[in-house]
Design a protein around this ligand. Structure first.
Ligand code: SF4
Length: 344
């Protein structure tokens, strides 16, 4: 079976070319063609016949196929991608001022079983490979070029779609390598965020191997019982331990850890929740995103009122923690946070 070109970072590609007696300069040409120019068709420019034959015989350039596209009234786009084995994952493009952020999936389904999340109801089917992650980005980019007058300008990448990214650490790390590569997509490390529910084996690897992108932790409650209900792996990897691993991650200049806080009506949206969160995070290089809950079919939780959300934010301000309320986008097509699944 052929290896996927999109599973290789720049170094891997150079090694393969070298080992097969080919000129390694083809690696720059290929990365430039597929990741800088984002061309999906095979590269034919300036590459020797010998290298072209090798590529054709040994590497596959297959990408995920778009199965369904949902376009929201606010211009959010949700793709259902079909993978080579028939599995499906979703990817979301979130618009802001004529540009886009992309929310990528890292697994088919998810093992973490978070109670507020549509994906969590499916269980884990399998990990994605790197080609299936960078493929979501490339195919979405090309869709934008063909379908939106502002073109394909994806400026931010967040791993907040289906799956726990740190549960698929090596693959996500390699996808980040490819996105960051100066020979390819050349996306700045401030523009890529990997989110985790608090999967300690992955955080441990992060602190040892220093993944050069931003980290977001799904906090959702500072109280053990409530967090256990929302994120069951909190029972195995308690928040205090998660936070101490995060404290070992070296931060670059201007780098913050983002703490995501899903606000659920009458569950974790009261003053006591805000104050405990403020106490927990005060003094850290922290940034909080408040996300009012997005209901999905069968969910038992509800979204709090705008006043409650604003009040929560004001309390956190007393603790000098920069806090943003993340506006909900794409909820009319179930593309908002926590609403993704593999069927629609
Ligand atoms: S919120 Fe994230 S980690 Fe939790 S079940 Fe959903 S996809 Fe998995």
């Amino acid at each position: 079976m052929k290896k996927s070109f999109y599973n290789l970072n720049f170094e891997d590609l150079e090694n393969i070319l070298r080992e097969n007696g080919l000129n390694t300069s083809a690696a720059s040409l290929l990365f430039n063609w597929h990741y800088k120019k984002k061309v999906i068709a095979p590269c034919t420019v300036d590459i020797s016949k010998k290298t072209l034959n090798f590529l054709e015989e040994n590497l596959s350039f297959e990408l995920p196929q778009i199965d369904i596209v949902h376009e929201s009234s606010d211009r959010t786009v949700k793709f259902l991608f079909k993978l080579h084995d028939g599995s499906k994952v979703e990817t979301v493009l979130i618009p802001f001022h004529g540009k886009y952020s992309i929310c990528l999936s890292s697994q088919v389904g998810c093992a973490m079983n978070c109670s507020f999340c549509f994906t969590g109801t499916q269980g884990l089917k399998r990990n994605l490979d790197t080609s299936e992650i960078v493929g979501q980005f490339l195919v979405a980019w090309n869709w934008l070029v063909q379908n939106r007058e502002e073109g394909g300008r994806i400026l931010n990448i967040v791993f907040m779609g289906q799956g726990e990214p740190l549960h698929n650490f090596d693959v996500v790390k390699k996808a980040c390598d490819i996105f960051l590569s100066k020979n390819g997509a050349s996306i700045g490390n401030q523009k890529i965020t990997v989110s985790t529910s608090g999967f300690i084996p992955g955080l441990k690897r992060w602190s040892e191997e220093s993944l050069d992108v931003n980290l977001a932790l799904s906090l959702h409650s500072p109280f053990t019982e409530k967090r256990n209900e929302l994120i069951p792996i909190n029972k195995k990897y308690p928040l205090e331990e998660v936070l101490s691993y995060i404290d070992t991650i070296p931060l670059r200049r201007k780098q913050f850890i983002t703490y995501e806080y899903l606000l659920i009506k009458d569950f974790n949206d009261q003053e006591i929740d805000a104050r405990k969160t403020g106490e927990l995070l005060k003094g850290k290089e922290a940034f909080i995103n408040l996300i009012p809950f997005n209901p999905f079919p069968g969910s038992e939780y509800q979204r709090p009122s705008e006043d409650i959300v604003e009040n929560f934010k004001l309390i956190l301000k007393e603790y000098m923690i920069p806090t943003l309320v993340r506006t909900t986008k794409g909820d009319d097509v179930l593309a908002a946070c926590g609403q993704l699944n593999s069927k629609s």
